[in-house]
Design a protein around this ligand. Structure first.
Ligand code: UDX
Length: 467
């Protein structure tokens, strides 16, 4: 069992701390009194909600209550840690660059208060080289004669599944240029995971790996999205293409789902950050740059389908959006595609009724969109607003509740339009919707509802492919 301190009680810090507390002694440090008091109440079984929405997190904190505490007291946080994880925010600035001020301030506080040798690992997503900067800040501010080795241990958890991702990771990446520190970190993780999951490396490699992993996943999605647009144009079905391509184990089935684009706090931010970093080092990352372009283009493509279904005039039209979070089961609206689509519709004069299974997502929408007040309503029961005033339904994220809608209830809508932004409705359902006169639009599988125009294709080939 090791003593661990985590800086930052956010989306990464709290689940990570709760997970480490299975076998280690954990202190979470954050200057925010509300957050810290709330975490301690949850740990002591005196509260049942947290400032972050993460399945199984409250139970995990309570299960490991003997091994975990949260504090605003920096001295207590740095009493005797063997490993410190920095998990503070790195919000992008106006240029899209990760803002390192919180990481640097954590480094300074560590240096000024630490009284024992230890390893400092950065979990926040940062431009490669940041661990060296942290090491320099620490060395310049140390008040005691101790040895601090700084490295990187990037996080790969996804929002909504953080607890499960932490429990069963595919890999744990950590990097440090100090051999003793690497051994110490390896020992630490062996208390929690098998050796085969561990990927020790140099500091810089670990920092690059974080961006590389997220950018590659985002690229898989954009790759399929650009093909989805082609599928719509010729009449193929992207879901079938995904299956065919994804069954090759070299490719893998995951993250091939075409959609109106990826959102969230990681893919958009990290792809922009590493693309810009590549430019700054005169090593442009053209594929990642295209990934970003395709992502934006796909959202426009989807929004345009909605407006085209109404002849380009959305004034006075009423829509329902199911799912406003950037994915299912989150209150996080950062770079959320359904939010972007909702704004686009409202900008064009439409009114939107928004539903999400997570109440916090709806509250966040209200808080973050004051200028749209009066152009939308939020509601709390999936079918509450499905009635004769509605012109179209938009599926915003992948929640199971949206996969199998009640066709009879939808039939009461005056406009028979379904826009499936995540391609989640199955063929059987689409056909039954079609039989009731519904117009089904997706990103790359409209052909399920609309027959392929074979004559057009044949004419095209005759015209373009015969010399
Ligand atoms: C992601 C990574 O999965 C995680 O490893 C990393 O640490 C942080 O970034 P997260 O942003 O929480 O996690 O969500 P994720 O489930 O990956 O989804 C991101 C976006 O991509 C969502 O908008 C989702 O709807 C979209 N997506 C995902 C697709 O459009 N198609 C897919 O096949 C998969």
């Amino acid at each position: 069992m090791a003593n661990v301190t985590i800086f930052g009680a956010g989306y990464v810090g709290v689940p990570t701390g709760a997970h480490f507390a299975r076998t280690h002694q954990v202190t979470i440090y954050d200057p925010d009194t509300n957050k810290v008091e709330n975490i301690n109440k949850v740990i002591d079984n005196n509260a049942d909600s947290l400032h972050i929405h993460e399945k199984g997190l409250i139970e995990l904190l309570q299960e490991n209550h003997e091994n975990i505490t949260a504090t605003t007291d920096i001295k207590q946080a740095l009493e005797n840690p063997e490993i410190i994880f920095i998990a503070v925010g790195t919000p992008p600035n106006e240029k899209g660059r990760a803002n390192l001020k919180y990481v640097c301030s954590a480094a300074e506080q560590i240096a000024k208060n630490i009284k024992n040798d230890c390893v400092v690992l950065n979990k926040s997503t940062v431009p490669p080289g940041t661990a060296y900067l942290v090491q320099e800040i620490i060395n310049n501010n140390l008040k005691s004669d101790v040895k601090i080795a700084v490295g990187s241990c990037p996080e790969f958890l996804a929002e909504g599944t953080a607890v499960e991702d932490l429990r069963t990771p595919d890999r744990i990446v950590y990097g440090c240029d100090d051999k003793d520190a690497i051994e110490q970190i390896t020992e630490f993780f062996l208390f929690l995971h098998g050796r085969s999951t561990l990927a020790p490396m140099t500091t810089l490699s670990a920092e690059v790996t974080k961006y590389a992993a997220n950018a590659l996943l985002a690229t898989k999605i954009s790759f399929m999205n650009s093909l989805a647009i082609l599928c719509d144009a010729v009449g193929a079905n992207i879901r079938e293409v995904q299956e065919g391509v994804g069954k090759d184990t070299r490719v893998g089935r995951k993250f091939l789902n075409a959609s109106m684009g990826y959102g969230g706090s990681c893919f958009p931010k990290d792809t922009s950050a590493i693309a810009e970093y590549g430019q700054l080092f005169n090593s442009p990352l053209e594929i990642i740059e295209s990934t970003i372009l395709v992502n934006n283009k796909t959202t426009d493509y989807f929004s345009k389908k909605i407006s085209e279904a109404f002849g380009g005039d959305l004034v006075g039209k009423n829509f329902i959006i199911w799912g406003i979070g950037f994915k299912a089961r989150t209150d996080d609206l950062r770079e959320s595609k359904p939010v972007q689509v909702a704004r686009e519709l409202m900008d064009q004069g439409a009114y939107v009724h928004i539903y999400d299974t997570v109440r916090g997502a709806l509250e966040n929408f209200e808080n973050e969109n004051p200028s749209y007040k009066g152009k939308y309503s939020i509601y709390h029961e999936q079918y509450e607003m499905v009635n004769g005033n509605i012109d179209g339904l938009i599926i915003g994220n992948e929640h199971e509740k949206f996969r199998n809608p009640d066709v009879n209830k939808l039939d009461s809508m005056r406009g028979k339009h379904i826009f499936d932004g995540k391609n989640i409705l199955n063929n059987y359902l689409i056909k039954s919707l079609k039989s009731k006169g519904f117009n089904y639009k997706s990103v790359g599988k409209d052909t399920v509802a609309n027959p392929v125009n074979k004559t057009r294709l044949i004419d095209f080939l005759k015209h373009e492919y015969m010399d």
